[in-house]
Design a binder for this molecule. Structure first.
Ligand SMILES: Cc1cc2nc3c(=O)[nH]c(=O)nc-3n(C[C@H](O)[C@H](O)[C@H](O)COP(=O)(O)O)c2cc1C
Length: 150
């Protein structure tokens, strides 16, 4: 199964979480296409059979710059991803009340609008609660792998 891993990170925490997830997913036999700063053509060319988004939130509640162009293009071009299983790991900080994990929420909503199928409720990793986001993500990733039937 081909899985496209989309990352959005400013200072590297989401990238670390994506590293940990990628190891587990590869161990489970998935073929990973990891994209950062991709455009919609590159995303579609990866021909995803499953999608994992790992993204921080920045600015006023946006996804980081390495994910933003793809988010905007997906919104514009609206390529349907009907039935493709996906999951989102959202990194944020609950001290940003109103926009806590907003980047991940927006990506989740976008994928649902494109008719992708959420296989596991979104994981929220709160920087006010943990500094081990990569370790904390592992149980969720294990469940995600199982939900993909691997
Ligand atoms: C300038 C700035 C703005 C942020 N804005 C938000 C926000 O609106 N909502 C939120 O939940 N977290 C926000 N965060 C927290 C980050 O999303 C969180 O610390 C995350 O773990 C950082 O991941 P990264 O190292 O991959 O960039 C912000 C952090 C910074 C530095």
């Amino acid at each position: 199964m081909r899985l496209t891993l989309l990352t959005g990170s400013v200072s590297g925490t989401a990238d670390m979480v994506a590293d940990a997830a990628e190891t587990r997913l590869t161990d489970a036999g998935l073929a990973i296409a990891r994209l950062s700063g991709a455009n919609v053509e590159e995303f579609l060319a990866s021909a995803p059979e499953a999608i994992l988004v790992v993204t921080a939130t920045t600015g006023m509640g946006e996804v980081p710059d390495d994910l933003l162009p793809l988010q905007l293009e997906l919104n514009d071009r609206f390529p349907l991803l009907t039935g493709i299983p996906f999951g989102v790991i959202a990194l944020g900080d609950s001290s940003y009340d109103d926009t806590f994990c907003q980047g991940g929420r927006d990506m989740r909503n976008l994928l649902l609008e494109l008719h992708a199928r959420e296989t596991l409720p979104m994981l929220e990793l709160d920087a006010s609660e943990t500094v081990n986001q990569d370790e904390d993500a592992i149980p969720w990733v294990v469940e995600f792998v199982a939900a993909l039937g691997r």
